[in-house]
Design a protein around this ligand. Structure first.
Ligand SMILES: NC(=O)c1ccc[n+]([C@@H]2O[C@H](COP(=O)([O-])OP(=O)(O)OC[C@H]3O[C@@H](n4cnc5c(N)ncnc54)[C@H](O)[C@@H]3O)[C@@H](O)[C@H]2O)c1
Length: 393
């Protein structure tokens, strides 16, 4: 999986150049490398650092944040963890606080945490003085292997997830795989679900490596391999697609229904609801069932989906708390609508013709899928025992 663009530098940090359309930035990663990350942040010459984090991360990693800040005057903006942070209210409050604290165009916004503080920080950096520098320090697998490899920065509206956003590139991304070892297992597995998505939809050759690390997830070498493989897979489709409105839309595999399940479950169960990655894993099963019903994915390819999803510890079943009608109502508001000519009772969807081969409409890896097809696939995962295929290999 590793390509020859991976390099190490004198400090021991590995680096990969990330190119997204016309934007590019370096991604530095390693193990036990907080000192090196701090030195790299200091080299940006910021007059002030604005750390954006959440309360859980802050209580666990306050010392590391202080080490990253070093002697640079810093402001720490924190909020209780979770999606309630991705709101206009929180965004507005953080922006006002930063401005009142006297930040300038030379200040740098540093996201320190998961995808939630990362998205909020990205939007803040873009809005402050029409753009100040942004650095991501992702501490979850979802953030490190997925969200920071996208320029998309979004918060939620009262209507749906990620409806209010923009595209903004960081100066650099830095992470230490030791962060991932303190993640609750369900969060760690959640990030690996996004990696599984990349394997199934983009690069099935990485499935062998993924199977190997599923059994030994917290070993530093496994985490370094996963991070590197994720960076390579995601970069491969976003390189020529700044806005993820072309080939990069394949990254939405599993997301149309996955996001909807996540939203519905969180409405019912709050923080006890499915983690993001697990919801996306269920969304992939729904997409796979639709492809299978169309005669595209084979029985074996269907089984590979189940093997990987269950291997990652996700129960391949719709939670009892989630009603199919509610999921379909949210799906109707999916943020991919508009990419294809509108059709009554159909939504744009990423479906696979085969593993690693999305079906396209023109240049877009999207096809219209009838609501009745989605309902039929949801019915299958709502009654899993009757339908789960035999797992092969
Ligand atoms: N921009 C994009 O393209 C993109 C892609 C994927 C996901 N996202 C967004 O990312 C969010 C999900 O990301 P997430 O799962 O990282 O959510 P998150 O930021 O809420 O983190 C999940 C939980 O892990 C805790 N946590 C963070 N780091 C930790 C650590 N090292 N040890 C222990 N606990 C830790 C947090 O406090 C939080 O409770 C969603 O809002 C999603 O929309 C965006």
């Amino acid at each position: 999986m590793a390509s020859n663009s991976l390099s190490g530098d004198e400090s021991g940090l590995r680096s990969r150049p990330i190119v997204i359309g016309e934007q590019s930035f370096p991604y530095y990663f390693g193990r036990d490398c907080i000192t090196e990350i701090g030195a790299a942040i200091a080299a940006l010459g910021a007059d002030r650092l604005v750390f954006v984090t959440d309360d859980e991360v802050l209580s666990r990693y306050r010392r590391d944040i202080d080490r990253l800040a070093g002697s640079i005057p810093s402001l720490i903006l924190s909020h209780p963890a979770g999606e309630s942070m991705k709101t206009l209210t929180c965004l507005s409050s953080h922006l006002e606080t930063a401005l009142r604290a006297g930040i300038t165009r030379r200040s740098v916004v540093v996201s320190f945490g998961g995808g939630v503080p990362g998205n909020l920080a990205g939007l803040m950096a873009n809005l402050l003085f029409r753009g100040v520098r942004l650095v991501h320090v992702p501490t979850t697998t979802i953030a490190a292997m997925d969200s920071v490899l996208s320029l998309k920065q979004a918060i939620n509206s009262g209507v749906g997830k990620n409806h209010l956003g923009t595209y903004y590139a960081p100066e650099a991304v830095f992470t230490d795989v030791e962060f991932f070892t303190t993640l609750p297992e369900r969060e760690l597995r959640s990030g690996l679900c996004e990696m599984a998505k990349n394997c199934l939809a983009i690069d099935p050759s990485a499935l062998t490596g993924l199977r190997e690390v599923i059994g030994n997830m917290t070993a530093p070498d496994s985490l370094l391999w996963l991070l590197d493989a994720s960076i390579a897979a995601k970069s491969a489709v976003t390189r020529d697609d700044t806005y993820e409105r072309g080939a990069g839309l394949v990254l939405e595999y599993g997301h149309t229904v996955g996001h909807a399940i996540e939203i519905c479950d969180h409405r019912m169960r709050g923080a006890a609801g499915l983690p993001h990655g697990a919801a996306i894993a269920l969304g992939m099963l729904v997409a796979a069932h639709i492809s299978h019903a169309r005669g595209w994915l084979s029985d074996d390819e269907m089984s590979v989906h189940y093997e990987i999803v269950t291997g990652l510890g996700v129960e391949p079943a719709l939670p009892d708390s989630v009603r199919i009608d509610d999921v379909l109502a949210v799906v109707a508001d999916d943020n991919k609508k508009g990419y294809l000519p509108p059709r009554p009772d159909a939504v744009p969807f990423v479906l696979l013709r085969a593993l690693g081969r999305p079906e396209c409409t023109g240049d877009l890896p999207l096809v219209p899928v009838a609501v009745r097809e989605i309902r039929a696939a949801l019915d299958v995962i709502a009654q899993p025992s009757a339908s789960a295929p035999v797992v092969v290999g």
